[in-house]
Design a protein around this ligand. Structure first.
Ligand SMILES: Cc1cc2nc3c(=O)[nH]c(=O)nc-3n(C[C@H](O)[C@H](O)[C@H](O)COP(=O)(O)O)c2cc1C
Length: 145
């Protein structure tokens, strides 16, 4: 097995490429986008990991929103993202709903745990991208992941 986080020079087979789709979703919209992104990468021949970041909201806030509580239960089988997913991946796609024009705190919190990896150079030479979902069409032009 090749070392994590590197595509060997001269390798053309796309199944040597590892793609992690790491996202937050409260009510399922971003989850659907994340699944589509992972499916697309897989169809192109990549190895993929679909990972949700841990929920941070208080239980009473979740329970006050039926869609939120239902979605959380539906994705209980989706593994939670870990730093190993970032080390493993050659390419990482972050997905988030818009929260007042910004990234969801849950995803930001996960990203904020990557300082050690960054400092030790383990994020070097990887490709990072992102996608957002919004409630309004104008928010898509404001929010950047
Ligand atoms: C607290 C909160 C803040 C939001 N802020 C925005 C916003 O600034 N602009 C926008 O277009 N949508 C906003 N939305 C709507 C969500 O971004 C949108 O519904 C998103 O697609 C939901 O994704 P999810 O189903 O994956 O949780 C907000 C929603 C919540 C709950």
């Amino acid at each position: 097995m090749r070392p994590p986080g590197r595509v060997a020079a001269g390798v053309n087979a796309t199944n040597d490429v590892c793609v992690a789709v790491i996202y937050y979703s409260a009510t399922g919209t971003t989850h659907e986008m994340a699944k589509a992104a992972a499916d697309g990468a897989e169809k192109a021949g990549a190895q993929t990991r679909l990972r949700r970041v841990p929920e941070l909201a208080p239980q009473e806030a979740i329970e006050a929103n039926e869609d939120w509580a239902e979605h959380l239960e539906q994705v209980s089988d989706v593994p939670e993202a870990t730093l190993d997913d970032l080390e493993w991946a050659d390419g990482v796609l972050f997905g988030t709903p818009t929260r007042f024009g910004n990234v969801a705190a849950q995803l930001k919190q996960f990203i904020d745990t990557t300082g050690g990896l960054w400092q030790s150079g383990k994020l070097t030479d990887k490709v990072f991208g992102g996608f957002v979902t919004t409630g309004t069409s104008t928010a898509a032009t404001r929010a950047r992941c």
